[in-house]
Design a protein. Structure first.
Lengths: 224, 229
């Protein structure tokens, strides 16, 4: 089987499972809704203030919510020894990784699309800068989170404290990406500074870490 | 081998006492900052040793992924632990200096933040080492070691975009930089002494890790043979 067909088959399988159960998307949605409400109580911002803090708020909510989905990525493959079967099959490991990363990307992207109106309503957001830049930041930022997140989730299911391990190793590495997402979003929403540098940084981050993930995933999959 | 290590440790201790004398007595008191500037002789060499350790960890991680020898992993474990210790020293001595000189303990400046993030990354590395199960530990930590080191320049780039308050590199940092000769001398002695200290720590920890691995494999052998000890 070629790389492409393995990726497509795995991705379609994950999407179908998610479509039928809606486990990941429901828990992410409810989780980020809770974050939105709790943050609103905690800071009680005016429209002007919320434009300044919204970048941080949105991305922290999505980051925490993404961890919920990321943790489920590999867990279901452990049952019935699916991962072991995958290891002995001749299918290329990177195809599996890409399928999982793309799947997570789609889940988080759907979450963002569904949550965006809520943020606008609850925090009375109105963007000063161009909206299409927000879309670029969202695409690059989401990939930055899920590519490393998918990779580290594959690592953390092999540790003794599974679910807790993922944020512990993902968050420190993701700090520059998170900083770029938050600052570029703030820059666009307030229109006070250009997000160009941050968008470039996100792009560099994405390229570098996608390469590192693809380079090292085979070692992680076959680690024993 | 053992006598060489003991000789090296004695040499390091002698060097450390001499460099401490250089830093606290021989070096002149700085004109504007006063005595607190002397922390510089410990702060910068510690940062250097921490950076060196993390670099060694990176090389050892790559080596382990290529040849899968337990010794490479032992070196990675040793260097990460010692690196975190020296990085902690940097993060503690920094604020002690900053409080009287800047008037604040901490600021989210490029170098401070990068050091803190570096510390976080390698602490997470140590946490992973602790919680990874059995023989997977080595591969997983080697992989995270590579991720961590690759992340450092990106962290630095991203944070430099903020305003920088940290003094620019004192040596080779432009025209107004440079140290008084007596200060430079004290600094270099301390740099040498701390590097030796770092090497001594890493070697000791490396040796310990090798013994640990040996004990573990003996236990595994015994278990395989059905031994009860």
């Amino acid at each position: 089987m070629s790389s492409m067909s393995v990726t497509r088959a795995t991705l379609m399988k994950d999407l179908r499972m998610e479509w039928r159960s809606k486990d990941a998307i429901n828990s992410m949605l409810f989780f980020s809704l809770l974050v939105v409400v709790i943050f609103s109580f905690a800071f009680n911002p005016t429209a002007e203030e919320s434009r300044l803090i919204a970048g941080g708020l949105i991305w922290v909510a999505f980051l925490f919510a993404a961890v919920v989905a990321l943790n489920q990525t590999w867990a279901r493959e452990l049952r019935n020894q699916v991962l072991d079967a995958y290891r002995v099959s001749p299918a290329p490991p990177n195809a599996l990784f890409l399928a999982k990363a793309l799947g997570n990307f789609l889940f988080v992207a759907v979450l963002e699309v569904l949550m965006a109106p809520l943020f606008v309503v609850f925090y009375q957001l109105r963007s000063v800068g161009p909206l299409w830049q927000l879309v670029v930041v969202a695409l690059l930022g989401t990939w930055a989170l899920v590519v490393n997140g998918t990779f580290f989730a594959a690592m953390s299911i092999r540790t003794r404290n599974r679910e807790i391990m993922l944020p512990l190793i993902l968050f420190p590495i993701s700090i520059p990406a998170l900083l770029a997402m938050v600052d570029s979003t703030t820059g666009i929403l307030t229109g006070e500074f250009s997000p160009d540098f941050w968008i470039k940084l996100l792009l560099v981050y994405d390229v570098i870490f996608t390469a590192v993930c693809l380079l090292l995933f085979e070692s992680v999959l076959n680690a024993e | 081998m053992k006598s060489i290590s003991i000789a090296f440790i004695i040499f390091t201790l002698a060097l450390l006492s001499f460099s401490t004398y250089q830093a606290l007595v021989v070096a002149p008191t700085e004109a504007t900052m006063g005595e607190v500037q002397r922390i510089f002789y410990y702060h910068v060499p510690s940062a250097w040793v921490a950076g060196l350790c993390f670099f060694v960890n990176f090389l050892a991680s790559i080596t382990y992924l290529i040849n899968r020898k337990p010794n490479a992993d032992a070196m990675a474990a040793a260097s990460a632990e010692v690196g975190v210790v020296f990085c902690t020293i940097v993060l503690i001595t920094g604020p002690i200096w900053a409080r009287p000189v800047w008037g604040i303990w901490w600021t989210w400046d490029a170098r401070l933040t990068t050091t803190l993030v570096l510390w976080l990354i390698y602490v997470s590395y140590l946490v992973l080492r602790r919680f990874a199960a059995g023989s997977q530990t080595q591969v997983l930590s080697a992989v995270l070691g590579i991720f961590g080191f690759v992340d450092v320049p990106i962290v630095y780039m991203s944070i430099r975009w903020f305003r920088t308050q940290h003094p620019s590199p004192v040596m080779g940092g432009g025209e107004s930089s440079g140290l008084a000769p007596a200060m430079l001398q004290a600094f270099l002695w301390n740099l040498l002494a701390f590097t030796c200290l770092g090497v001594a720590f890493v070697m000791a920890r490396y040796h310990l890790q090798k013994v640990e691995n040996q004990v573990e494999s003996e236990h595994a052998q015994l278990a395989l043979q059905g031994g009860t000890r």
